[in-house]
Design a binder for this molecule. Structure first.
Ligand code: AMP
Length: 219
């Protein structure tokens, strides 16, 4: 399975990518998660990205492309991929197209999560994360077993700095100006599939499963 997940922050990309990755045995590559890992490890890349991410901006294409192609080159594309949050600009989309052409492959489909602003704000403001292992929760939709504590490692959960209301607004503006043009980019290539991001997780998973059956994407 070779997928690109496109959509605004809070659209549900990460949640569905994690489930699909387990179900279809394809590596889940979440750009934001890889960047946050670099920040936790205080690498030179992490130091460059920290401020930009906390303010809700986009990390420059050159940095993100190099980072993603290094990861994809290392694990290879034969086993498939689920790209979550990459590409996010036209420059990234073009570079990815060239990278995949060199690998003699292309995406099976690009899922375009159509999610209303009301749902986005609710998901992002209720999101809690584990600062140690990066696990994601939501105070109502995906609560941890014990309130405020990570199920996997017992760490106290926090809110992402970029999930604060003003930063959310800025991230949505970045989506509108930088990422939305990718809808057209992939539609022109006949790769775009609109999906209802407002749906509950099981409902949308069921819809995705029948779409993948149609495409004959096997588990
Ligand atoms: P996410 O976890 O996908 O919401 O990403 C968190 C933040 O990481 C974004 O708001 C950006 O600052 C940065 N980021 C993630 N993916 C990209 C990308 N493809 N290009 C540039 N910046 C990115």
């Amino acid at each position: 399975m070779k997928l690109i997940l496109l959509g605004p922050p809070g659209a549900g990309k990460g949640t569905h990518a994690r489930i699909l990755s387990e179900k279809y045995h394809a590596p889940h590559l979440a750009t934001g998660e890889i960047l946050r890992q670099q920040i936790r490890e205080k690498t030179p890349l992490g130091r460059k990205a920290k401020d930009i991410i906390e303010k809700g901006g986009l990390v420059p294409d050159q940095i993100v492309n190099a980072m993603m192609f290094q990861v994809m080159g290392r694990i290879g594309t034969e086993g498939g991929f689920i790209l979550d949050g990459f590409p996010r600009t036209l420059g990234q989309a073009e570079a990815l197209e060239d990278f995949l052409a060199e690998e003699k492959t292309k995406p099976d489909t690009v899922l375009n999560f159509q999610t209303s602003e009301k749902v986005i704000i609710d998901r992002l403001s209720g999101r809690r994360v584990c600062p140690k292992c990066g696990a994601n929760y939501h105070i109502r939709n995906i609560p941890p077993k014990k309130a405020g504590i990570c199920d996997s490692c017992g760490e106290k959960l926090t809110q992402r700095k970029d999930d604060e209301p003003e930063t959310i607004k800025h991230r949505l503006r970045m989506y509108e100006s930088e990422t939305k043009p990718l809808i057209d980019f992939y539609a022109k290539r006949n790769l775009l599939k609109d999906v209802p991001g407002d749906y509950d997780v099981p409902e949308l998973q069921a819809e995705l499963a029948s779409f993948f059956d149609e495409l004959k994407l096997v588990k």
